[in-house]
Design a protein around this ligand. Structure first.
Ligand code: PHE
Length: 442
């Protein structure tokens, strides 16, 4: 039987975890969620959720993952024999399918834009119309989604060291630099300040349980928390690394990139007189417009879409990794076949989401398109439930001795973390969730 792999270095693990976290969540989803959920109040709730709830649970996933040294289901079996906790692993397995099924649709859009940028077809007058026509074209969109999934499968079947770690190492810093340049361009457009106000000056009337739940879901989604992705990654980490710092770096990086994405998008939205509430197409409409205002914009746009594709792949491979590691358990020699089989299944499950912007746009579930519903199901229901269970497990099932050993940090930090995962995070999740339900019912 093939042995279990490990990351080659601590940096490798941080990069991979950051790679899983930073992806479409920060770059694509955060701006459009801010735009459709009232701007700055959402930004604030997102930051509070990330630091106060997301970070401690991320750390809980790291702790459980490294203690378990295996896929999530086996980890819970080992840590709490004879109990029902492995269900969390199976939940992650199920939601791994759903999340990648719609994530790969957006991955496909990036590919479509990249091909258009490479063939000089992005020099159009109306980017909104272009986005609508691309996403409504069933053949193109399914083909692009399939290619995106093939790339994801190709990396995951190669195993962690060869694929995931190497790819993460150089693209993250480059993407970061690009974002800073774009933000500067966007902020220096005429009328850009309106966008900055939208991001940072709160309108408190928009503060509701619903907005809080969306912000919490966004924090979980962009930290990859609640579906055992981070648990799985931490299981490949050796015992002598400190977990707290890694979790903190990933969380802060994620907030920084999200805000940067906001600073790229919103100044330009207002400067160009467009609507912030555009929805999932927002960045695909705004970004090409900003590049149009930059010297050598066409060239930089190609580079940018390539980087974005990498950021998206480092996240999508962590989703497929959940499914593959749980699917094969300790039978590591089945990794290749499992990656292909599960990848193909995910493509099939994703077809209705892909068609949500065209032939299936009229088909709705509780008022949402299939694409939006798949997203809602993961970010607003699956991830909060998974996160809640993980938090309770780390807080109440793992003993103080176990977590102290595993965290290996200052006793005060351990106590604060333990308090957060035992009481504060679960209480917050439950209150936010229940408030949302009441709002829906009233
Ligand atoms: N965090 C990833 C992103 O922001 C999405 C993700 C969700 C990855 C769940 C893994 C698990 O793009």
């Amino acid at each position: 039987m093939a042995p279990r792999e490990q990351w080659t270095s601590k940096l490798g693990f941080i990069l991979a975890a950051a790679g899983s976290a930073i992806g479409l969540g920060a770059i694509w989803k955060f701006p459009y969620m801010v735009g459709t959920n009232g701007g700055s109040v959402f930004v604030l709730l997102f930051i509070i959720s990330t630091i106060g709830i997301g970070l401690p649970i991320l750390l809980a996933e790291f702790v459980i993952g490294r203690m378990g040294q295996s896929d999530a289901v086996t980890a819970f079996k080992r840590l709490a024999p004879g109990k029902k906790w492995p269900i969390i692993g199976w939940l992650g397995f199920a939601f791994g399918f759903i999340v990648l099924s719609f994530y790969s649709v957006v991955g496909g859009w990036i590919l479509s834009y990249l091909v258009r940028a490479l063939t000089f077809q992005l020099d159009v007058a109306d980017f909104g119309a272009l986005f609508a026509s691309i996403t409504a074209n069933p053949l193109e969109i399914l083909l692009a989604q399939a290619v995106f999934l093939l790339l994801t499968i190709w990396i995951v079947q190669g195993g962690i060291k060869a694929g995931i770690e190497r790819a993460s190492r150089w693209m993250m810093p480059l993407l970061f630099i690009f974002f800073i340049i774009l933000a500067i361009r966007s902020l220096t457009l005429d009328g850009a300040m309106e966008g900055v106000r939208f991001l940072f000056v709160p309108d408190w009337s928009l503060l509701t349980g619903g907005t809080f739940l969306v912000a919490l879901g966004q924090a979980f989604f962009s930290l990859s928390v609640g579906v055992t992705a981070m648990m799985t990654y931490a299981s490949y980490l050796s015992k002598d690394e400190q977990l707290g710092q890694s979790a903190l770096s990933v969380s802060i990086l994620n907030i920084v990139i999200s805000i940067l994405a906001g600073l790229v998008i919103f100044p330009a939205v207002f400067a160009l007189g467009l609507s912030p509430a555009e929805g999932p197409g927002l960045i695909f409409i705004i970004l090409p417009a900003i590049f149009g205002q930059i010297p050598f914009g066409g060239f930089f746009m190609i580079l940018f879409f390539i980087l974005m594709l990498f950021a998206t792949l480092t996240s999508s491979m962590s989703m497929l990794e959940i499914v593959v590691s749980t699917g094969i358990r300790a039978k590591y020699d089945r990794r290749k076949r499992a990656a292909w089989v599960f990848g193909a299944l995910i493509f099939i499950i994703g077809i209705p989401s892909a068609l949500s912007f065209g032939v299936l746009s009229e088909f709705t579930i509780f008022g949402d398109t299939i694409f939006d519903f798949a997203d809602l199901l993961t970010s607003r229901i699956g991830m909060p439930i998974g996160a809640l269970a993980i938090s309770i497990f780390a807080g109440f099932v793992l003993t103080n001795k176990q977590t102290t050993d595993e965290l290996n940090t200052h006793p005060l930090i351990h106590s604060v973390w333990k308090f957060l995962v035992k009481y504060a995070a679960p209480a917050a999740i439950i209150i936010i969730f229940v408030t949302w339900i009441f709002e829906i019912l009233s």
